[in-house]
Design a protein around this ligand. Structure first.
Ligand code: H79
Length: 502
């Protein structure tokens, strides 16, 4: 279905395709000089301290990841072969498609049903507060108008529109924060790519690339493109994906360049490596990205985010029907937030420009849950413990905000809930003043003993899954001291599993 006839393209596109055709080692179609004309920030710019710039992100807790690119056209099938790696955005690598052949997909990219406002509406409906778009994935195609290469969505496709511009505008108009995903040191299109020393690079086209080639690619293409993104779209977030090709000096150079242009932009940890950072706080980022779909085992003592997929693939995959339920999405969100993290949940729009209906259906259900229970998510932190096993509702979770602790029951309790962590013993300075279940008007009866707080169960369920009790305290000493943002963070050994998958 995604392998249909090549649509008619105008002469300009044909010319761009011609330029792209003779993909020489010098990548002749590209002007690799830095012409971004970036504007330096002034000292009065907001968000110059980490504490200032991370605030919106920390409060947001839930964002939309969007994987959209040329790979959305084959959508997991190349020349009638279903590619079986699961990730449709990896098809060029998996099928060893020559760059010249893959580049012809650009002439087919015509997502006439794309409507940036419709996408932001889906995100807002789900209760998401930010959006991160793949502006360049590993395939090397730029989903923004770049002066550094004609191999970009505005110059090489019949669509001609700068989708990054449209989405960043739509986000800012609708109150969502906007982030740019950028694959910083992997590029299967460019002969300089990451030197092709790494096993996941394009060795079928460029078997002889060297480390020095990467240095040139980094200095003359990747870093200037990041600067272009900062200057032209003023993103709130830079989301790097990478494989550790950069030297420490290159990471430092990239970081300083970013801060100079846009001090307030939030940066994820893959700027410096997919490994779990050795040092906390890590020097060149504002938060830690865990591995794809890898949820930390406990609070990390530093802000973190899980990039999760809704099925297996991140890019649209026509044969991937492995959708998780809305209930599972909420379960993961609660799991993450109870450990002080954010959830960046992915959708993979089609080559027509539509978010798949199964995603919309699930996000609508999640949004309904958030309408009732969002206050237990937004602006909260991990509490002193993130979970407890209960007799009546299995694994219950906690979050905290101001003088409240939220007790989140993933299943409807079959009898009264006893929360041991909320017994008087553990909270000598805190007095409970009110208890309710979010979305319910029924009175919750409660009794606090030394070794636990007993909560009655309302007659009616206020929502379909994940039920939240809010416990209010009258203390200023905060029964709810968060575990995650202490001044001297602990090393995150429990969640460390060696090199994280990117
Ligand atoms: O953009 C998404 C992934 O494409 C990207 N990160 C998220 C956010 C990513 N880059 N690298 N990796 C994920 C890890 C690579 C995993 C691989 Fe495989 C194992 C590549 C080949 C074998 C998984 C299985 C992907 C293809 C097959």
């Amino acid at each position: 279905m995604r392998q249909g006839r090549i649509p008619h393209v105008g002469w300009k596109v044909a010319a761009a395709a011609l330029l792209l055709g003779p993909l020489t080692r010098a990548d002749a179609a590209e002007d690799l000089s830095n012409k971004t004309g970036a504007v330096a920030a002034t000292a009065s710019d907001p968000g110059t301290t980490r504490e200032q710039r991370i605030q919106w992100w920390r409060d947001a807790r839930f964002g939309m990841f969007i994987h959209w690119g040329l790979y959305s056209i084959p959508a997991g099938v190349w020349k009638d072969k279903v590619h079986d790696t699961g990730y449709s955005e990896w098809i060029m690598f998996a099928e060893k498609i020559p760059a010249k052949e893959y580049a012809q997909l650009a002439a087919k990219f015509n997502p006439v049903k794309f409507d940036a406002n419709a996408w932001t509406e889906v995100a807002r409906m789900a209760g998401m507060k930010y959006m991160v778009l793949t502006t360049k994935h590993h395939d090397g195609f730029s989903m923004f108008k770049s002066r550094l290469t004609p191999y970009n969505v505005a110059d090489a496709t019949p669509f001609k529109r700068d989708v990054t511009r449209e989405l960043s505008d739509a986000c800012h108009d609708s109150g969502l924060r906007f982030g740019c995903y950028y694959s910083i040191d992997r590029d299967w299109y460019r002969p300089q790519g990451p030197g092709n020393h790494y096993k996941q690079n394009n060795v079928w086209d460029y078997p002889d690339s060297k480390r020095e080639d990467f240095d040139r690619y980094f200095a003359t293409f990747a870093k200037p493109q990041v600067e272009e993104l900062l200057t032209n779209y003023r993103p709130d977030l830079l989301w790097f994906d990478e494989i550790d090709m950069k030297t420490d000096a290159q990471v430092e150079e990239l970081y300083q360049g970013i801060r100079k242009l846009r001090p307030q932009v939030v940066i994820n940890s893959r700027i410096q490596g997919c490994r779990f950072p050795d040092k906390i706080p890590p020097p060149h980022c504002d938060y830690i990205s865990t591995g794809d779909n890898e949820i930390a085992g406990k609070a990390l003592g530093f802000e973190w985010e899980n990039p999760g997929s809704m099925n297996t693939s991140y890019g649209y995959n026509q044969n991937d029907h492995n959708w998780v339920s809305a209930q599972e999405i909420v379960r993961r969100l609660v799991d993450i937030v109870s450990k002080g993290g954010n959830y960046l949940l992915n959708v993979g729009p089609t080559s027509e420009g539509l978010i798949p209906q199964p995603c919309i259906d699930r996000l609508a259900e999640v949004g309904t849950w958030m309408e009732t229970n969002g206050e237990a998510i937004y602006g909260t932190s991990a509490w002193k413990v993130f979970h407890e096993k209960s007799d009546s509702s299995g694994d219950i979770r906690f979050t905290t905000k101001a003088n409240s602790v939220y007790v989140i029951c993933q299943t409807w309790p079959d009898k009264e809930v006893v929360v041991r962590a909320l017994g008087k013993q553990g909270l000598p300075d805190a007095k409970i003043v009110a208890v309710r279940m979010l979305g319910s008007k029924e009175e919750v009866k409660w009794q606090q003993a030394d070794d636990g707080l007993t909560l009655s169960v309302p007659q009616a369920q206020p929502c379909r899954f994940a039920f939240v009790y809010r416990i209010d305290f009258n203390t200023t000493k905060r029964a709810s001291r968060p575990a995650s943002f202490s001044r001297r963070p602990r090393a995150a050994t429990a969640a460390r599993k060696g090199p994280a998958k990117s």
